[in-house]
Write a protein that binds this ligand. Structure first.
Ligand code: AMP
Length: 250
């Protein structure tokens, strides 16, 4: 079984985002970009399936700028993916268009399983996996904390409000990863060197004939409001008095 893992290049999670002066978005000039953390979890899961002998090949795909080849696809291959597909675009591609492109890749590649991150930490859309499942007509197990493939089926455990829910899906299926699914391995330097010889196919959006024209208009992006400084209280009584004063306690 082939596993396809879509990965997105996003602002590194350690970098404090700076909003552009004109309020049109986050400034991505000269900042560190990395793989979306949930996608690292997706690759780790796919590579573990290969190590268990369940998957035969792990293919990563990203839709993004040419630099994604080194920022994202190299790391993915160093973690254990066998080959990469880079669909080059300089434009921002919205989740629906990403899902349409991924559906075309799935038609070509015929994977048994597609593992995506539950959300990309830049836009927090949490839409692509669900839209892809709808476009392909495949079952989906979202926010997975455990994935077990047995024969033609996959059991996906999900953390829901009341506890753990397990859904049983027929392959081919879509899974999206939650934080507790696994702890991704590091891409070590020797593996990064070796990964350079693993193949990459370079494509363009036009190769897939998908209309990626944006459908959403961003009105304004602003910095989060500044938090005002806290104060120290000397005793519990003083704390209660202050809370009363704020109308929080009676
Ligand atoms: P989102 O719906 O944007 O929150 O993203 C959810 C997941 O879809 C991500 O964790 C990735 O697995 C995948 N994805 C989103 N955007 C892209 C992209 N440009 N290229 C490849 N995969 C993507």
């Amino acid at each position: 079984m082939k596993v396809l893992v879509p990965v997105k290049r996003v602002l590194d999670y350690n970098v404090k985002p700076r909003v552009k002066a004109d309020g049109t978005g986050v400034d991505l000039a000269n900042v560190k970009m990395s793989m979306n953390p949930f996608d690292e979890i997706a690759i780790e899961e796919a590579v573990r399936l290969k190590e268990k002998g369940v998957a035969t090949e792990v293919v990563v795909v990203t839709i993004g700028v040419p630099k994604a080849e080194t920022d994202v696809l190299l790391t993915a291959r160093a973690m254990g993916a066998d080959r990469g597909i880079l669909i080059v675009t300089e434009d921002e591609v919205e989740p629906l268009a990403v899902a349409k492109l991924l559906a075309k890749v799935a038609e070509e590649e015929q994977p048994g399983l597609i593992i995506l991150g539950k959300q990309a930490i830049d836009d927090d859309a949490n839409q692509t996996g669900q839209m892809l499942a709808a476009l392909l007509g495949w079952p989906q197990g979202t926010f997975a904390s455990k994935v077990e493939v047995t024969g033609e089926r996959v059991a996906v455990t999900r953390e829901v409000d009341g506890g753990l829910e397990t859904v049983d899906l027929k392959l081919p299926a879509i899974v999206t990863t939650d934080l507790r699914l696994n702890e991704p391995r590091y891409a070590t330097l020797p593996n990064i060197m070796k990964a350079k010889s693993k193949p990459i196919a370079k494509k363009t959006v036009a190769d897939y004939g998908v209309d990626v024209t944006p459908r959403l208009t961003t009105h304004k992006v602003v910095e989060p409001g500044k938090r005002s400084a806290g104060i120290k209280v000397g005793s519990v009584d003083e704390l209660v008095e202050k809370l009363k004063g704020m109308g929080v306690a009676k």
